[in-house]
Design a protein around this ligand. Structure first.
Ligand code: NAP
Length: 262
């Protein structure tokens, strides 16, 4: 299927690895010009080179830095002529017990997983509406739908973003101008972050990380972890010209792990 977005400009945050990179790669294959961001310059530059090689006609510009910083966001927004597609992403907050989290820990989680995407949306959606096309995809987590006890910082901050998006996406000056905002909720995807979680679980138990990974995969009806490429392909469709009638939705990609009907 031709997605109808060749020549558009996308800002993909936290895109040097994992799910963000999967989204950037799928958009690149469709001929979308990219501004990509992540903190570590060398890894980001290597990813940008790989992305450029995916399509002969695209430009890929990289902006290194922590996307929760205002100056980095301003640089990312200024790196392309306009932002038609925004993919919000960043690292997730650390796991733990809520008794150990300080006010500062909460503020950091809210800053990175709620306020940062809201700032980027605020800076881009009115321009999208004026041009009559815009796609925003926020990478959140399956934990928004089925909270994970040790990920309380993530459950809380991402649910705040989700509530805000539910109201914003339905505003007629956006939805009525072909600007959609949707959230993608990853379950277990095979990325560095997942491997770190498995290694940490292995260290805390007598099992190897391979054994823990196999056990987790047996609990997923699909019998496996998702790949960043399939996550990216789904994201690219949401950003496509064909997806203008879907907005304000929370889309779970988890291989059937969530057991509910809705
Ligand atoms: P990953 O493989 O570790 O990749 C994270 C990417 O984000 C890297 O490119 C990293 O590069 C960048 N990054 C992290 N913090 C950043 C920041 N403050 N500013 C700019 N870039 C930043 O992680 P992932 O698995 O793709 O996860 C992406 C998001 O999905 C996370 O929020 C995670 O919690 C969520 N999620 C993932 C899964 C899963 O199974 N993988 C499940 C549920 C939710 P630098 O380190 O160089 O900045």
């Amino acid at each position: 299927m031709e997605l109808g977005i060749a020549g558009r400009w996308a800002l993909v945050c936290a895109a040097s690895k994992g799910l963000g990179k999967g989204c950037a790669a799928a958009l690149a294959r469709e001929g979308v010009n990219l501004v990509v961001n992540a903190r570590k310059l060398e890894v980001l530059e290597a990813t940008a080179a790989q992305l450029r090689a995916l399509h002969p006609a695209i430009e890929v510009r990289s902006v290194a830095g922590d996307i929760s910083r205002d100056d980095v966001r301003q640089a990312a927004l200024a790196a392309g002529p306009q932002i038609d597609i925004l993919v919000n992403n960043a690292g997730g907050p650390p796991p733990g017990d809520f008794r150990d989290w300080s006010r500062e820990d909460w503020l950091q989680a809210v800053e990175i997983n709620m306020l940062t995407p809201i700032e980027l949306i605020k800076a881009t959606v009115d321009g999208m509406a004026a041009r009559g096309f815009g796609r925003v995809v926020n990478i959140t987590s399956a934990a928004v739908k089925a909270p994970i006890d040790i990920l309380g910082l993530s459950n809380g901050a991402r649910s705040g973003l989700t509530g805000f998006i539910a109201g914003l996406a339905r505003q007629p000056h956006l939805a009525g101008r072909n600007v959609t905002i949707n959230n993608l909720l990853p379950g277990a995807f095979d990325t560095d972050r997942l491997r770190q979680t498995l290694d940490a679980a292995a260290r805390a138990s007598a099992q190897s990380s391979t054994a823990i990974a196999e056990q987790r995969q047996r609990g997923i009806p699909a019998g496996r972890f998702g790949s960043a490429d399939e996550f990216g392909a789904f994201c690219a469709f949401l950003c496509s010209a064909h997806a203008g009638y879907m907005t304000g939705q929370n889309l779970l990609l988890d291989g059937g792990h969530y057991p509910g009907t809705f």
